[in-house]
Design a binder for this molecule. Structure first.
Ligand code: 5AD
Ligand code: FES
Length: 347
């Protein structure tokens, strides 16, 4: 097994049977061996620096009905909100003063935010903070929309593929959503020139080890600049309310594998990881992660953006989260840096 990890470290790829053997045969000892390597690779490219992204959850309206997601349109218990452009600009200013140089605008698929409105928002943020990067995370849109956002100054786009297996994708989403369309968006975004982030949930309902292998192979194929992964966590008002959550241990193992597979990738240690374990985010960094995404959303809306149950940081002001994160990273020997934190392969 260790030889397979050495092989992945050297060749940056494995055959699917080899990935499967590694995931199935993993032990705590093997995981530790993997993390030594993944930390070493991360250290080579990014040192001890941890990049921060300020997450602004600007709308929880969503036209989609993904079975796993707490803000799915069928969840009538959600109090829906939208931030105004002014609200968003205030979040950015607060974030800027706290040292954030990347803002992630995340929301449900909300057609209220037309291309025109979003272009205006992107342009205004760029006007005030020309040294900052803007990441969008607003789901599937047309080529024209993506192009308009890119031309307005957004340079990154997060769109998790959720699972690279078409049948599994169908079990997680209603029939109008397809893996083919998700993949087409990702390749389109890349072709336009965005730094693109894909990703998936670990331990989502019906997921098999083969599916996880397919996720890794898809990452190899897409070559994204970022990969967002976190454990699936049930939300009590969704069809998956009674499903088991994903495990910390498997999520960390997948993070380690992804670091070896894509040495230069930006790899967040996610809020979901911090939700299933009090030290989840620290452990994610120690498994090879190099990005954290503290929340910059106004406290008044935080508990309305509940993708899953028990989400952390919902009561904390931006500044609290920012300094909490700094302390957490310092406690394990890393430092959060004031930087746009571009992917090293682009610098
Ligand atoms: N558990 C964990 N992650 C979730 N996401 C959505 N719902 C859940 C959940 N119940 C993730 C999806 C989505 C991202 C914004 O949040 O992967 O792409
Ligand atoms: Fe948000 Fe610790 S990171 S409170």
């Amino acid at each position: 097994m260790k030889e397979l990890i050495d092989k992945l470290y050297l060749n940056k790829e494995l055959k699917s049977e080899e990935f499967k053997a590694l995931i199935q045969g993993r032990t705590p000892e093997l995981a530790e061996y993997l993390f030594e390597k993944s930390r070493q690779v991360r250290m080579t490219h990014y040192g001890n620096d941890i990049y921060m992204r300020g997450l602004i959850e600007f709308t929880n309206y969503c036209k989609n009905d993904c079975y796993y997601c707490g803000i799915r349109k069928s969840n009538s218990k959600v109090q829906r909100y939208r931030l105004s452009e002014d609200d968003i600009l205030i979040c950015c200013q607060t974030g800027y003063d706290l040292g954030f140089r990347t803002f992630v605008l995340q929301g449900g698929e909300d057609s209220y935010f037309s291309d025109e409105k979003l272009v205006h928002i992107i342009t205004s943020i760029k006007k005030q903070h020309s040294d900052c990067a803007i990441t969008l995370s607003i789901g599937e849109r047309s080529h024209e929309s993506y192009l308009a956002f890119f031309n307005a100054g957004a340079e990154r786009y997060l769109l998790r593929h959720e699972t690279a297996n078409a049948q599994h994708y169908k079990m997680l989403h209603p029939p109008n959503l397809t893996l083919a369309s998700r993949k087409a968006c990702l390749f389109d975004l890349k072709q336009i020139g965005f730094q693109v982030g894909a990703g998936f949930m670990v331990g989502s309902p019906f997921q098999t080890v083969d599916n996880l292998v397919e996720d890794l192979l898809f990452i190899k194929e897409l070559q994204p600049h970022m990969v967002g992964i976190g454990p699936f966590i049930p939300h009590h008002q969704t069809p998956f309310a009674k499903e088991a959550k994903g495990s910390l241990e498997l999520t960390l193992f997948m993070l380690g594998l992804i670091r070896l597979l894509s040495p230069e990738v930006l790899l967040p240690s996610t809020t979901a990881l911090g939700t299933i374990d009090p030290l989840g985010r620290e452990l994610g960094i120690l498994a090879g992660g190099n990005v954290v995404m503290p929340n910059l959303s106004p406290v008044s809306v935080r508990n309305k953006y509940m993708l899953y149950d028990n989400k952390i940081c919902t009561g904390d002001e931006a500044a609290e989260c920012r300094f909490c994160m700094q302390k957490r990273m310092e406690s394990i020997g890393y430092q959060v840096v004031v930087s746009r934190g571009d992917c090293i392969s682009l610098q």
